[in-house]
Design a protein around this ligand. Structure first.
Ligand code: NAD
Length: 495
């Protein structure tokens, strides 16, 4: 368990300039360019990172291709690869506290959540795929006598990984560990507003024995580095987590280049449905508040819509407003804080603009909607709640990716399903009811990659995460994630 005095020491540590890592060597951008890293806690300059360009991506892809072709990683016995991944897990866990504090200084997540959600989650993911490495088998197809049909799993080659800023270690590990377990090499592009902790994680991978060139990193903007990776002719698979508009770009880049496979884990506008038979409404309100307000709503599966049966609507609104109002907003490095910072000034301004629009569209503002703690110089918006949001409003239809909840009353179960499914997204959903038959009906009817019943957001690496509709394709986590990073190769043998 981390304590406040340890955090207070770790938060003073100087932060080195972030460089690319190409073929095991830390290097600056080819043209020496750097970009500022601003801490959302107080708006001050934390450090700088290399601002990469296409040339840097070319060098990193070449290093990854060379490492793949010479078999320094794919040629190892799976059990040997697995041991290295497990050693990485141990070393991440050993450094969990400093990794978490560094990450919070960069992206503003509450430290109490960051410890578990970031380094410890990443360590668990590396351990899981390390253990899985030598436990997956090929197949012998049930062909006619006299022939043998063998189905091999082969690595795809060079994997491009592009990740967002909300949970760089957790999301980065989901992709990196699974792709490495399958025997691939990687070029990683972290989000420009949250590169620091994942750069340290990549160092740890090498300290634990990952061969040079197997995992390369190029930092910088999406338009420069991300697009170059997306368009690269020698990247075989692109694994992306981020927003829908960028996901669309990546599909276009693939079409314009080498038709690389593109896996998209995108956003959501996930609804929780609370029925009159939900039981303890204090507990429901507590879960629903956590479902949207943790990490200030910067969570892909955040339940940003709450559909409440009319008979309990007023009651639930009052309870959730009270809980949200009592949350402690402030410095995310204080253990008592449960509403931290928004990751960047741009994102804060986008959220405030969306709140103004929601009010102008007629939703009833019950709480928040304004910048808070302005005197800190940081980027803070408290929990924000709108009631009586209309289904066709932007508030209900579009992801805000901030601490903003839209509540809507409903009368009938089929109406709740229609409202819940009435967006282009399909990442996550929730249902609160004590009626087991209704719970199963809702699991079937809700159009989402994951449905929670009488809970929200509980998940670990053993279960897949992925969306339907415009929330994306493919899955992170669980053995299913390995499919993204492998080809099926069939061999016919005449006996
Ligand atoms: P974003 O799409 O703006 O950026 C994600 C990454 O893409 C960053 O590294 C960015 O630099 C890069 N990028 C930006 N423009 C690019 C371009 N033209 N070409 C290539 N790369 C480009 O997303 P964000 O704001 O960092 O993260 C928030 C989004 O991520 C939200 O929509 C959220 O729902 C989503 N998200 C989804 C999941 C999931 O598992 N489904 C998890 C976390 C976040």
């Amino acid at each position: 368990m981390i304590n406040q005095s340890e955090i207070d020491i770790l938060r003073q540590a100087s932060v080195p300039v972030g460089q690319h890592l190409i073929d095991g060597k830390k290097v600056d951008a080819s043209d020496g360019a750097q970009m500022d890293v601003i801490s959302p806690i107080d708006g001050t300059l934390l450090t700088k990172i290399a601002a990469g360009q296409g040339l840097d991506v070319d060098k990193a892809v070449l290093a990854a291709r060379t490492a793949f072709e010479d078999g320094r990683w794919s040629g190892l016995a799976p059990a040997v690869r697995g041991k290295i991944l497990q050693r990485i897990a141990d070393q991440i866990a050993n450094e969990a506290h400093s990794l978490a504090v560094l990450g919070v200084r960069d992206n503003g997540t509450e430290i109490s959540m960051a410890i578990k959600g970031e380094p410890l989650s990443a360590a668990g993911t590396f351990r899981y795929y390390g253990e899985l490495c030598d436990k997956q088998y090929g197949e012998i197809a049930p062909t006619a006598p006299g022939t043998l049909g063998l189905v091999h799993h082969t690595p795809v080659g060079v994997v491009g990984v592009i990740i967002p800023w909300n949970f760089p270690l957790m999301i980065g590990a989901w992709k990196i560990a699974a792709a490495l377990a399958a025997g691939n090499t990687i070029v990683l592009k972290p989000a420009e507003v949250a590169s620091l902790s994942i750069l340290r994680l990549v160092d740890i991978c090498h300290e634990a024995g990952l061969p040079d060139g197997v995992l390369n990193v190029v930092t910088g903007t999406g338009l420069d580095v991300g697009a170059a990776l997306g368009r690269h002719m020698d990247v075989d698979v692109l694994a992306f987590t981020g927003s829908g508009p960028v996901g669309r770009q990546l599909l276009m880049y693939a079409a314009q280049s080498n038709l690389k496979r593109v896996y998209l884990e995108l956003g959501g506008k996930s609804a929780s449905v609370v029925f009159g038979d939900a039981g303890n409404l204090d507990q429901v309100a507590k879960v629903a508040a956590g479902a949207i307000f943790r990490n200030s709503g910067q969570v892909c599966v955040a339940s940003s819509r709450l559909l409440v049966e009319r008979s309990i609507h007023q009651d639930v609104v009052e309870k959730i407003v009270k809980i949200a109002d009592e949350m402690t907003l402030g410095n995310p490095l204080d253990l008592s804080t449960n509403a931290g910072a928004i990751a960047s000034k741009t994102q804060m301004n986008n959220i405030l603009r969306d709140c103004d629009r929601a009010a102008a569209d007629g939703a009833d503002l019950k709480l928040g909607g304004v910048q808070r703690a302005v005197d800190t110089g940081g980027f803070y918006i408290g929990p924000t709640i709108f009631d009586n949001a209309s289904q066709d409003s932007s508030l209900v239809q579009n992801e805000i990716f901030g601490p903003v909840l839209a509540i809507q009353p409903f009368d009938k179960e089929d109406e709740a399903v229609r409202l819940a499914n009435g967006t282009n997204y399909g990442l996550s959903a929730g249902v609160f009811t004590q009626n087991i038959s209704r719970a199963h009906r809702m699991i079937e009817s809700l159009r989402a990659g994951v449905v929670h019943v009488n809970t929200y957001g509980g998940a670990d690496v053993t279960v897949p995460l992925g969306g339907v509709g415009q929330s994306g394709n493919g899955h992170d986590k669980s053995p299913h994630a390995m499919d993204k990073y492998r080809n099926l190769k069939t061999a016919w043998v005449q006996l």
